[in-house]
Design a protein around this ligand. Structure first.
Ligand SMILES: Cc1ncc(COP(=O)(O)O)c(C=O)c1O
Length: 478
């Protein structure tokens, strides 16, 4: 075998040439999207047409067209008209750290398989813990996404708070977790994965502002205990996904302390506000939490998926997956901080610490302040514009960069209005000039915008609303 293909696949010169071309393509793309000279945020195609295209491209497409086609057929988060799901338009330098990661491909499971990124990860985690207000006992690690991090935190909670060591012995005890009914679905899923079942997820209703009703905690806890459950944890949202409202973390933290249960905060979206001098107070009480999840790929300008799971007591992160024999090695825990697979769900994981560290090193933590503060300010501004426009109604005054609103008309009933709002969102998607999403709250369909791009302006909000009105008026009059 002459290994021609292998030589081509590993050619440093091809890599150099293709790499330069790709960087040029992406820099032009950033220029066009950030400055809005490309009109569309998405070139919508339905799933079966898209599938046909790529099936055909594999046989007939020109390799030199591949990257261009991928670009054309992807949603553009750097476009200021992108106001959809909660994913960052990445700081371009983290595209370069992604490249570095991809080529080095250190697996991170044990120290030798990633010396620099492992040590860097510890530095990053310590910075985050300090910002939260945790003391020296704290620690944590980076992991693959908020969903996995929330599950891992709840496993830590079970390890520490369940009377029986479930990890070691299994259990038929009835365990329960308390959480707001507005929490992200991954908490519910995590509890089910842990075998808690539907009844083991105690959903606490929210108030009219969509925050967990703290006055119901005592009653709900007592009822759950009375039914024979062992409550191991309570989860606060910072903020919840649909409406972007922060729970009263201080009150939830006090409740957890009083009951001796684990307090976990899902700050996947809004944890980055620890860096915002203006909005940090939304997280008041967060240092009471036993564990906190913060996504780098949501409000911290990093590529997917990059998540921090932080613990008030680092020892808890060691104990989660610890097996019986490991207890004998308790003394060696300090030396063991660098063998990350002992603490993470993953065995192999990518060098995500490079993104956090590079942003901190090049721009400093004030970059995160600028990003979060700008976006949350924009959320307030968009909310105010909507409140002053009788064509629309907002679900709740925004607390963050997530805003739910809908077209209203006093002459139409709810099903008709729901239909109109759904139709508008679909038309926007197909047209591709703006990207927003929709959500259903208490049976009411809302249009949902998450302002993710710091270069979105009030002018863009007005253009969006005018666009929606143009589409809605004929529907309202028909
Ligand atoms: C509050 C909250 N928690 C968890 C998640 C899930 O995080 P990931 O997508 O990183 O798995 C999301 C995603 O939107 C979220 O909004």
């Amino acid at each position: 075998m002459d290994k021609q293909l292998l030589k081509a696949a590993y050619s440093p010169e091809d890599f150099r040439q293709n790499g330069h071309q790709l960087i040029d393509l992406l820099a032009d793309h950033l220029n066009k999207t950030l400055n809005k000279s490309s009109t569309k945020v998405i070139n919508w195609d339905n799933p079966s047409e898209e599938y046909q295209f790529w099936n055909n491209f594999l046989l007939n497409g020109k390799p030199s067209d591949l990257n261009n086609e991928i670009l054309k057929r992807s949603i553009h988060l750097h476009h200021p008209h992108y106001m959809g799901h909660q994913i960052s338009p990445v700081a371009p330098v983290t595209g370069l750290t992604s490249l570095l990661n991809a080529i080095l491909n250190n697996g991170m499971g044990i120290y030798e398989m990633g010396m620099a990124p492992t040590a860097i990860e510890r530095v990053v985690v310590e910075q985050l813990c300090k910002e939260i207000g945790y003391d020296k006992k704290s620690g944590g690690f980076l992991t693959s996404g908020g969903t996995l991090a929330n599950l891992t935190a709840l496993l830590s909670a079970r390890k520490k708070r369940a009377g029986n060591d479930v990890w070691e012995n299994g259990t038929s005890n009835k365990l329960a977790i308390m959480v707001s009914e507005e929490a992200h679905y991954c908490i519910d899923r995590a509890a089910r994965i842990m075998g808690l079942g539907e009844k083991g997820i105690v959903k606490i209703p929210v108030d009219e502002g969509f925050a967990l009703k703290t006055e119901l905690l005592e009653q709900s806890y007592n009822k759950t205990i009375h039914e024979g459950y062992e409550v191991i944890a309570i989860v606060g949202s910072a903020p919840s996904t649909a409406t972007g409202i922060y729970d009263d973390l201080n009150a939830v933290g006090d409740f957890a302390l009083e009951k001796g249960i684990w307090f976990h905060i899902d700050a996947a979206h809004g944890g980055g506000a620890i860096f915002s001098s203006k909005y940090k107070s939304l997280l008041k009480g967060m240092q009471k939490a036993d564990s906190i999840v913060i996504d780098g790929h949501k409000m911290m300008m990093m590529p997917s998926i990059t998540t921090a799971l932080l613990f008030k007591e680092a020892v808890d992160s060691h104990n989660t997956f610890r097996q019986k024999a490991d207890y004998l090695l308790q003394e060696s825990m300090e030396e063991d901080w660098y063998n990350l697979a002992k603490r993470t769900f993953e065995c192999t994981k990518y060098m995500m610490s490079l993104h956090w560290y590079t942003l901190l090193k090049i721009y400093g933590k004030d970059l995160f302040d600028e990003f979060v503060t700008t976006l949350y300010d924009l959320g307030q501004k968009f909310g105010a514009i909507l409140e002053n426009d009788s064509f629309f109604e907002i679900a709740v005054k925004p607390m963050s960069n997530i805003i739910c609103f809908r077209i209203i008309d006093k002459d139409l009933d709810l099903p008709s209005l729901n239909k109109i709002n759904v139709t508008i969102r679909q038309k926007l998607l197909e047209e591709g000039e703006f990207y927003i999403v929709q959500t259903k709250i208490n049976g009411i369909i809302y249009l949902r915008a998450t302002i993710m791009n710091p270069f979105t302006t009030e002018e863009h909000f007005k253009e969006l609303l005018n666009n929606i009105k143009r589409k809605a008026i004929p529907l309202l009059n028909s």
